[in-house]
Design a protein around this ligand. Structure first.
Ligand code: F0G
Length: 449
């Protein structure tokens, strides 16, 4: 059989609520044209994020019932730690309430003011936490990634020559760690090749710099390595993931992505001295080291999720369903970041709306228009999110794991093609009010006439 089906059936459903165009016009205006400020009940299809929005399995819900809520020494922690160590191999596993808590602890311990942290592309919270520690976050994507239309298998890779140049310029002692984000979320959800991970590891080791993964979507990255890197064809995704983790000295991880959990994260390291400092900070703000801001039942959900996510049937369906959305809108003439990656499809909003200057936020304008037209929530990843550091003006359609069926996606395709047909009428936007950092979460906008 050629048809690929959702590898699950539905046991519990959540009703969706339709709104009218007039209602949505008023709702989005009241939200200051910021989709983060909409109430979720007013959204029909929510593609804001794939983070914390997964549908959990019966296995996860069952495991939650045995969550051990002891303050210290919870059995749930040790179950999770076992699963993490089998997969990732790190000596220390420090649970946190989500990925950014792991980032804050890592960078407060490792970074000094004036230092520099390179990454293939930093995610917004990663960049903000580095800057909050007084250090500088530098993106080093490969030059070919600048062309959203280029069909390359591993557009998430880091520019290794640029990394060498940065180290020569700054001096290795000013670079506390090198990070790689798998998959490269802000760079279009593109995967990183094993060959590139190995090359970056080699450069970092040669200069005595620790190498960390931002491992949020490690399983999707592992699957894409298996599909696109000839040496790994036919390898089980678990073995590819193990090999990726074996290259690193540690990682940050948001369990809200590739662990199908609604909350949770962790910080892992092989360095005993760092782990001791990190654990002290953890106790200060997150909690005791065997729960780290999570309930025992959350640790159980993560432990089970980390096993489920490496199921080849799931990963095949996941990557095929993302590509389905990407292919259908691209064939209808919508410029997307090619090829479609793991967790999301990214529309190149600057290319789709060439009449809107980058300073007038084409990605935000498109996000607002898609909501007004069809009740679909997406997110701008461009100048609103990253200011001057933005390389592209993208609109991300992130697909929650195991949540929407193919007919939901067909609805999204139809809506995007209709918005595209009337794209000349979409106007640019300006910011009316913004906070000092991570402005995309709370800024207000208005149309420019
Ligand atoms: N790193 C990457 C690559 C991410 O995509 C995220 C979150 C984080 C770190 C932080 O993790 O949310 O658990 O604190 N990304 C979400 C998104 C929010 O929508 O892409 P967190």
């Amino acid at each position: 059989m050629k048809t690929i089906i959702e590898p699950f059936r539905i046991k519990s459903v959540e009703p969706l609520r339709h709104t009218t165009r007039e209602q949505r016009d008023a709702l989005i205006k009241n939200a200051g044209y910021n989709l983060f400020k909409l109430q979720a009940k007013d959204v029909l299809i929510d593609l804001l994020t794939d983070s914390g929005t997964s549908a959990m399995s019966t296995g996860q819900w069952a495991a939650m019932m045995r969550g051990d809520e002891s303050y210290a020494g919870s059995a749930s922690f040790f179950r999770m730690k076992q699963v993490v160590q089998d997969l990732m191999g790190f000596r220390h596993v420090i649970p946190t309430h989500q990925g950014r808590a792991a980032e804050r602890i890592l960078f407060s311990v490792m970074c000094r003011p004036g230092q520099v942290v390179p990454n293939n592309t930093h995610f917004d919270t990663t960049r903000a936490n580095i800057e909050f520690a007084g250090a500088r976050a530098v993106d080093l994507p490969i030059p070919a990634a600048a062309d959203t239309q280029a069909q390359l298998p591993f557009k998430g890779d880091m520019d290794v020559a640029a990394l060498e140049r940065l180290i020569a310029q700054e001096g290795a002692q000013r670079i506390p760690l090198v990070m790689m984000t798998v998959t490269n979320n802000s760079g279009g959800g593109q995967p990183v090749s094993m060959r590139n991970l190995e090359a970056v590891r080699e450069v970092a080791s040669r200069h005595g710099i620790p190498f960390y993964l931002d491992a949020c979507r490690f399983a999707e990255n592992a699957w894409l390595i298996g599909e696109r890197e000839p040496e790994y064809r036919g390898w089980p995704p678990r073995e590819i993931a193990r090999k990726m983790f074996a290259l690193a000295d540690g990682c940050t991880f948001s369990a809200k992505k590739d662990a199908f959990a609604n909350i949770g994260g962790m910080l892992c390291t092989n360095d005993d001295r760092l782990a001791a400092q990190e654990t002290n900070l953890l106790i200060l703000t997150e909690g005791f080291p065997t729960y780290g801001g999570l309930a025992g039942r959350d640790l159980e959900a993560i432990a089970v999720g980390l096993e489920e996510v490496l199921d080849p049937d799931y990963l095949r369906y996941r990557i095929v369903s993302t590509a389905y959305l990407g292919r259908h809108i691209a064939q209808g003439g919508v410029p997307i970041v090619e090829p479609p990656g793991g967790h999301a499809v990214y529309i190149d909003a600057a290319r789709m709306l060439p009449h809107i200057a980058r300073s007038r936020f084409p990605g935000q304008a498109l996000a607002v228009e898609l909501y007004r037209h069809a009740g679909i929530r997406s997110v701008e990843i461009g100048s609103v999110m990253f200011g001057a550091a933005a390389r592209h003006e993208l609109l991300r359609l992130a697909i929650p794991r195991r949540v929407y069926t193919q007919s939901h996606i067909d609805y999204v395709v139809e809506a995007i093609l209709e918005v595209n047909a009337a794209r000349d009428r979409i106007r640019g936007m300006r910011i009316v009010e913004e906070p000092p950092f991570l402005r995309h979460f709370s800024a207000s906008f208005d149309w420019i006439d």
